[in-house]
Design a protein around this ligand. Structure first.
Ligand code: TYM
Length: 340
């Protein structure tokens, strides 16, 4: 059977399990905005609240953080009239398709997920069933819209490969090229922003040390202090980006500057080669504050009106359901479930 043509469509999501980091901002949010502004794809962006509850979330905090992430999307430039912005739990089709995928995906596939291994750790018997099945819900987030492209940071690559495996197996099992084989969109200098304390670990909101990350909510002094204390080696910056190959902490700071300035790391090196940390770090902090300051201010302004955020999320969910409902109906029919 000929491959059906799928509408160019993007879906991506962010968990409301804490505030946003500079990693989320550079690795994901700025790229969501670029794709929206390019106008080449229909864009759906969601706050994945159902994913967040795979580990314990205080209910009041979850509500507040969901609104905060929605505000961050808009403050960074997502326009809810051009993109569809919503929270996952308001579109029940995600969870309904996820159940079908729980029956398609194999235990062995899930066990191989490095994020499962990292998050469950040695205590996997105590982890929730939801945490184990997490990647099947993520596949459903994407495939319930027949999304063709998914912009994410490098850490999500394996989950997207699993999404492709699930789509392939579903299509094979039910004899139709029903789901697209989605392309990950991963790239740029900030696809993997690393911890400021350890250049071999990604910057993460779940790191116990707040000094390891820049939060979108940090004020100018905190940002300057975190960069000043960021771990580096003693050598000044070399002449070329290539020479940073074995200097993970130094390379990370150059990558962050490149991400903030929307330049290639090679171009950034042209400007900062030879600088010592005493010169480079304050400059990096200044650029970070200039870039993030207005976004944080706009986020705070939006959060002052939670009713308006809820209205936008509700409107987005209704528009998302218009796409999701017929796709779910067809998927149920393919599986042989009666939907009268
Ligand atoms: P989450 O909430 O951990 O992160 C949201 C996005 O930010 C990216 N990211 C980073 N990028 C660069 N450097 C970093 N240090 C960094 N930390 C986080 C992530 O790659 C991600 O793009 N499972 C996903 C959420 C999700 C999803 C989806 C994504 C659920 N359903 C469907 C895409 C499509 C997650 O936990 O992201």
């Amino acid at each position: 059977m000929a491959e059906p043509q799928f509408t160019p469509r993007v879906l991506s999501g962010i968990q409301p399990s804490g505030g946003l980091t500079l990693g989320n901002y550079l690795g994901a949010l700025t790229r969501f905005v670029d794709i929206q502004d390019a106008g080449t794809h229909e864009c759906l962006y969601c706050v994945v609240d159902l994913h967040a509850i795979t580990v314990w979330q205080d209910p009041a905090d979850l509500t507040a953080q969901t609104r905060e992430i929605a505000a961050a999307f808009m403050a960074a430039g997502i326009d809810p009239t051009r993109s569809i912005l919503f929270n996952q739990s308001q579109v029940p089709e995600h969870a309904q398709l996820a159940w079908l995928f729980n029956c398609v995906a194999r235990m062995g596939w899930m066990r191989r997920m490095t994020q499962w291994k990292d998050k469950a750790g040695k205590n996997s018997e105590e982890a929730s069933l939801g945490l184990f099945a997490y990647p099947a819900l993520m596949a459903a987030d994407i495939l319930i819209y027949h999304a063709t492209h998914v912009p994410v940071g490098e850490d999500q690559r394996q989950h997207l490969e699993l999404t492709r495996d699930i789509a392939t197996k579903f299509n094979h099992d039910f004899g139709r090229e029903f789901f697209p084989i989605t392309e990950p969109v991963i790239g740029g200098p900030a696809a993997r922003v690393m911890s400021l304390r350890d250049g071999t670990k990604k910057m993460s909101k779940s790191d116990p040390s707040d000094m390891s990350r820049i939060n979108l909510s940090d004020d100018a002094d905190t940002i300057a202090q975190k960069f000043r204390k960021a771990r580096t080696d003693p050598d000044p910056l070399p002449q070329t980006y290539d020479a940073l190959k074995d200097r993970p902490e130094a390379r990370n700071l150059v990558d962050i500057l490149a991400g903030l300035q929307g330049k290639s790391p090679e171009a950034v090196m042209g400007e900062v080669a030879g600088q010592g940390w005493g010169q480079f770090k304050p400059y990096l902090a200044e650029v970070a504050v200039e870039t993030m300051g207005p976004i944080t201010a706009e986020m705070n302004r939006l959060m002052a009106d939670p009713g308006e955020i809820d209205r936008i999320l509700g409107d987005g969910a209704a528009r998302a359901r218009e796409i999701a409902a017929p796709i779910l109906k067809d998927a149920y029919e393919l599986v042989g479930l009666i939907r009268s």
